[in-house]
Design a protein around this ligand. Structure first.
Ligand code: NDP
Ligand code: 8X3
Length: 260
């Protein structure tokens, strides 16, 4: 087993959903956490809670992963005691809209591509050289079932997650002669703020995504991420697809009212 006690873990998108649940899981395991996202006040509340519950040492970073100079500077200027990042969880991401491609909004496309693809690249470029120099590290990318199959209206979001899959595989090739592990955890439907963000705050529309279904929680995904992170150093879990029991694909979900 690889222990996480006192190991430095960097989580992007730690202010909500899967990233927040991963922070809780890694905190419970005794890791030191760098928590990054745009909503600093949420990160600070999480840091306080983790400190109280597990005595977790944290560093909170207000960071927009789309801003390359900011990403580069933030990680270059990390305090010395936080530079030794041993696990990078590239989780920050979002979807915007469910429009047909020929009716899509350009600003939605830009935001998804800039965050899910370019943001992941910028953070990886800033962190991985240190791992290579130190000869240790694990990178876990949060992909999606949407990186394996497309669905109506998924077009650009799916393309970004297909890109995450390609980047994960590419990175595994590039790091094959190092002790660094590269994994992807690819969930199906997880009830987080994801659909609220996708539908620009339309709560009613967001709720229907998970209606009459027992979706995954952020904690379910976090346990899988933790499993990948804690394998012995010679074991690299390349890819995990995790779905709710009643989801078979991006388009086949069995919905039944509770109790039926
Ligand atoms: P949430 O909306 O709950 O969380 C998204 C997180 O990403 C937030 O912490 C948000 O923080 C952060 N984020 C978004 N944009 C940026 C940015 N530009 N810079 C820094 N941080 C950013 O959704 P999830 O937890 O569900 O999503 C997490 C990941 O899981 C995403 O990559 C998503 O694609 C993926 N995923 C989600 C699934 C689902 O069904 N929910 C299924 C499969 C994959 P802030 O706004 O504070 O910056
Ligand atoms: C999120 C899952 O199916 O809504 O990546 O695209 S899905």
């Amino acid at each position: 087993m690889t222990t996480l006690t006192k190991k430095t873990v960097l989580i992007t998108g730690a202010s909500s959903g899967i990233g927040l649940a991963c922070a809780e899981a890694f905190g419970r395991e005794g890791a030191r956490l760098i928590l990054a996202a745009r909503r600093k006040e949420r990160l600070e509340a999480l840091a306080l809670e983790l400190q109280k519950t597990y005595g977790t040492e944290t560093l909170t970073l207000q960071l927009d992963v789309r801003n390359q100079p900011e990403v580069e500077k933030t990680f270059r200027d990390l305090p010395a005691s936080w530079q030794d990042v041993e696990l990078l969880l590239n989780n920050a991401g979002l979807s915007r809209g469910l429009d047909k491609l020929h009716e899509g909004k350009l600003e939605d496309w830009e935001e998804m591509i800039d965050t899910n693809v370019k943001g992941l690249l910028y953070v990886s470029r800033a962190i991985i050289p240190g791992m290579v120099a130190r000869g240790k590290g694990t990178i876990i990318n949060i992909g999606s079932i949407a990186g394996h199959e497309v669905y109506p209206g998924g077009n650009v979001y799916c393309a970004t997650k297909f890109a995450v899959d390609a980047l994960t595989r590419g990175l595994r090739h590039d790091l094959v002669d190092t002790p660094i592990r590269v994994c992807t955890v690819d969930p199906g439907l997880v009830e987080t703020e994801f659909s609220m963000v996708r539908f620009h705050g339309n709560e009613q529309r967001a709720k229907t995504v998970y209606q009459n279904l027992h979706p995954l929680t952020g904690a379910d995904v976090a346990e899988t991420v933790l499993f990948c992170a804690t394998r012995p150093p010679h074991v690299q879990i390349a890819e995990v697809i995790i779905l709710p029991t009643n989801q078979a694909s991006t388009t086949l979900v069995h919905r039944a009212p509770a109790g039926t």
